[in-house]
Design a protein around this ligand. Structure first.
Ligand SMILES: [Zn+2]
Length: 257
């Protein structure tokens, strides 16, 4: 299924029309109908009744993200939401670790009390709670030093902060956020791969794949680190975009107007 990002966006935000000063282009973007004049939308190409939203030289036309650029924006926003959700989740985990580090002793007492209550019950079913791996893991957690737990909480908060900053920057398609995302995500890849060698889960595999794809996609599509011509090519692409949009909407091959 091919998604028409242009039409979807117009349906949500409305059309964008522009009357260029150049006569040739102007004539191609304009149509007289029985209901009055209509202008061609720079994004989706539909003719829209009424006055144009703007006018002036063609290369001053508003930059309307469409086609590939618009698709890139959608992908960046998907990544932004994914990062925001992950960031909030990690903040909650950090808070839980911090709370636990402060009430470690009372939680341990509570746990031991429950253990005493349930020990005979489990014994009845021939289950030895004192040698259960789950109980062992929990008891080991109680053994962690307060300072260790605080350090874990702080590291988790720093990680969450990076994710949240990435989320905001990616949502607004900021170039620094794209760099931050690529660098930070790539930096954590070895850790994610190490995690997989310890314990394999679908969620971990999915996260790893998503992060690898995100790094490759952003670096290539946004021409980071000098890839595909780098920043210069990226900006040239943007500058010529507004004129090209008008020409393309008018059905003129780029450069022929
Ligand atoms: Zn439109």
């Amino acid at each position: 299924m091919k998604i028409d990002w242009d039409r979807r966006t117009c349906a949500r935000k409305g059309h964008v029309t522009y009357a260029p000063d150049e006569d040739g282009l102007r004539a191609r973007l304009h149509a007289e109908t029985a209901l009055g004049g209509a202008w061609r939308c720079l994004r989706c190409g539909d003719f829209v009744l009424g006055e144009p939203h703007g006018s002036g030289p063609a290369d001053h036309a508003p930059l309307v993200p469409r086609g590939k650029v618009l698709r890139d924006l959608f992908i960046l926003r998907f990544l932004a939401i994914e990062r925001a959700v992950r960031g909030v989740f990690i903040v909650l985990v950090a808070l839980a670790v911090w709370k636990f580090s402060n009430s470690q002793d009372s939680v341990r007492r509570l746990f031991d009390e429950y253990l005493d209550v349930f020990r005979p019950v489990f014994k009845h079913f021939h289950y030895d709670l004192d040698h259960s791996p789950v109980v062992g893991t929990i008891q080991k957690t109680f053994g962690y030093k307060h300072s260790t737990l605080m350090l874990v909480a702080v590291l988790l908060l720093v990680y969450a902060l990076i994710e949240l900053v990435e989320a905001v920057g990616l949502w607004y398609a900021k170039r620094w956020a794209e760099y931050l995302t690529v660098v930070a995500t790539a930096a954590f890849l070895p850790l994610e791969i190490y995690e997989l060698t310890e314990h394999v889960s679908y969620l971990k595999i999915a996260t790893l794949l998503l992060n690898i794809l995100a790094v490759l996609y952003i670096a290539l599509a946004k021409r980071l680190f000098g890839l595909r011509g780098g920043r210069k090519a990226f900006e040239e692409e943007r500058e010529s975009a507004s004129l090209m949009e008008v020409e393309e909407s008018a059905g003129v091959p780029a450069g022929a107007a």
